[in-house]
Design a protein around this ligand. Structure first.
Ligand code: HAM
Length: 419
């Protein structure tokens, strides 16, 4: 038997319905905040991701040569493609440009719970604006999205990568080795960072001060310990967020992010219930457009890890009510089959979702099938009732049966649905 490739999943109808429901919530929220949807190709020229994504993403890139010997990569994330799209097609539009996207990304990681090789991101970018309010708008959108899913237990941490980059430069780390140092700080691997920094001639005192900086964590009171203009910037971000009712957040200068393109504010949301793979959302401000042949344009964005957010909901015991169908049409005898098909068609035309038995099941079995299809009503078509222009309508929840004229059938089901 051929299975789906490692780190990928099939989504069966129940799961798919649940996913679409939550995707809809995110979509609604994005629209509420004034974002419009875009879509980019699932694969791109590898160069797009190689230019600035950083070592973490590169070693996980799904990269191959196509039949024309071009270097192609499956997208590991969607910010670079969206900015390419902006440079190619949208750079003259009035700013800021607010777009959102939903789609699968690919990273050659070691699969485990919450970590897949094919996973879904729901993201948003605000392109062409660099103000504390822009940053606050992105964070507020992300926070509203997580809330719209019904997620309760998550932490929102806001930092500033510019502060760490500046400090790293000040203590003498060469530019091309910044990513390597940041990677260690991201995972708080200070013991691994020490020899690397020592090798670059960084003094012990500078190293410890750097580690202390990444440990600047707490409520808004720690903003006083954020050096330079970044402290003031973050203070403004926080006050905009406060005005928008987003107050459940922490300041954490240890938020480093795995991607290399961030320049200023960075943020992450994590759901503690998820254990190792608890990061459900990440983002920040960045510039990429100048790498893709455009002018330098500042942007802020984020992406919700859709699969992880759903896992977190499951862990919180949040339940989802399946839609089911309005009606399941079944026949008492073979001679009414054509008429039953006609009745099902008329229900569908009237906007009533209807399925029909064509497996020749006996009544009891057909009713059982109707209930497994989560039908709210069974429409039982029998020769005797047909003579009077009627069918039997069975409420699947109560078992109650009534005789209904065919012409009034759709109306009866629609009226009951409204109650
Ligand atoms: P990222 O943090 O690399 O950021 O990914 C965003 C989210 O995708 C993560 O927080 C995580 O929930 C989810 N994710 C990442 N890798 C996997 C995986 N292997 N399996 C399941 N979920 C995963 C970005 O990709 C940026 N483009 C976000 C952004 C948008 N920054 C600015 N604009």
């Amino acid at each position: 038997m051929i299975q789906c490739p490692r780190g990928t999943r099939d989504f069966l109808p129940d799961e798919m319905e649940r996913r679409r429901f939550y995707e809809g919530k995110l979509r609604e929220t994005a629209r509420t905040f004034g974002f419009r949807e875009v879509e980019t190709p699932i694969f791109e020229d590898s160069e797009l991701f190689i230019l600035r994504s950083g070592p973490n993403v590169l070693k996980e890139l799904y990269e191959f040569k196509d039949k024309g010997d071009r270097s192609i990569a499956l997208r590991p994330e969607m910010t670079a493609p969206v900015i390419r799209m902006f440079v190619n097609n949208m750079s003259n539009e009035p700013k800021p440009i607010k777009v959102f996207y939903f789609g699968q990304c690919f990273r050659y990681e070691r699969p485990q719970s919450g970590r897949y090789r094919e996973f879904f991101q729901f993201g948003a970018e605000i392109i062409g604006s660099a103000t504390p309010q822009t940053d606050a708008e992105a964070i507020a959108t992300a926070s509203a999205m997580l809330k719209s899913l019904g997620l309760k237990d998550y932490r929102l941490r806001i930092g500033h990568i510019g502060v760490l980059r500046q400090r790293i430069a000040d203590i003498g780390v060469p530019k091309e080795r910044t990513a390597e140092v940041l990677q260690k700080l991201d995972k708080k691997l200070y013991d691994e960072a020490r020899p690397i920094l020592a090798d670059m001639g960084v003094s012990d005192a500078d190293m410890e001060a750097l580690f202390e900086l990444t440990e600047t964590v707490g409520g808004t009171e720690v903003l006083d310990r954020v050096p330079g203009e970044a402290g003031d910037w973050l203070r403004q971000v926080v006050s905009y967020l406060d005005a928008m009712g987003v107050r459940d957040l922490e300041i954490d200068l240890g938020v480093v992010r795995g991607l290399d393109y961030y320049t200023g504010m960075v943020f992450e949301a994590e759901a503690p219930a998820l254990g190792a793979e608890k990061q459900i959302c990440g983002g920040g401000s960045y510039t990429l457009s100048e790498l893709f042949g455009g002018e330098k344009v500042f942007s802020t964005g984020f992406a919700v890890g859709f699969d992880r957010a759903l896992l977190a909901l499951e862990k919180e015991g949040s339940s989802y009510d399946f839609d089911g169908i309005d009606a399941y049409v079944l026949c008492v005898s073979d001679d009414v089959r054509v008429k039953a098909a006609e009745i099902a068609a008329s229900l569908r035309t009237a906007g009533v979702s209807a399925d029909i038995d064509f497996m020749d099941r006996k009544m009891a079995k057909a009713l059982k099938f109707a209930s497994s299809a989560r039908a709210r009503y069974a429409v039982i078509v029998g020769a005797r009732e047909l003579e009077e222009g009627c069918v039997t309508l069975r409420n699947m929840a109560t078992g109650e049966q009534t005789q209904v004229e065919i012409d009034a059938l759709a109306g009866a089901i629609v009226r009951a649905r409204a109650h």
